[in-house]
Design a protein around this ligand. Sequence first.
Ligand code: ZN
Length: 278
Amino acid sequence: MQAIVNHLIQLQELLMIKDEQKVLGGTEHLQRMDASILTMKNELRGDVRLTFDRLQKKDFLVIVPVSDGICAACGLRLPISLVQQVRMCKEIQACPSCARMLFAPEVRPKRIPGRVRRTDPPKVGISRFTSHSLMIPKLEAVDKEGAIKELAFKMETEGFVDKAGKLVEEALRREAIISTAVSHGVAFPHVRGIEGGGLTLALGMSQKGIQFDGDNNLSKLIFFMVIPIAASAFYLKLLSGLTEALMKPEARKALLAEKDDPEKLWKALVKVTRSTIK
Ligand SMILES: [Zn+2]
């Protein structure tokens, strides 16, 4: 049964990557992805396939992790006996509230929920997901792996996530499926299914540019994100807001000009995304 669960997780990941590609306007891989999706669906056991298709009609979250005894999609606290059955994995279990299929994740990195101070002003726009402490105006890295490492360890050092090393591994696995580099020297490496808090974003810049895909496009603005499963739909909105903002050459220029001070880079990021990320 673990093999079926792994198959379902991969299938769902492919469907999500397809949605990402649509948002980012990358059409060249879509056909290839559709073919892989169909093959993977056809390999499913009949009853599992029916359940998958039925759930997929409602929402693109079909199989979700149990995180600290809670369904990561709808937030229901699951009965302990059910959590145990999910762990044993003899049959696929469903959440009694949202009906999605459940799986027990291996030990994964977690988002560490930050303490919110009452005196903080209410946050709006992109400042809900990031902070000046997560800006790296000058990445030391010269390659993709190095850049992802620097950003993931920044998140760990600043107390936003744990197990940065594992995050790096997963982000690179995701890059191997389809590069997250888009046009205009921007890349969006990320890891999905990081539970424990909200979506989090770190930004690193490289004036020289770093090669993120097989082509010779160099990425200068690298946005690294960790995404809880329940925020998957929202992540697509954020991605589209960022892409829209960064289409404008003056927005990219404004960010790239802040090569020394994380605080100033953060302010510039808030400013250029003000109208596209609400
Ligand atoms: Zn649920």
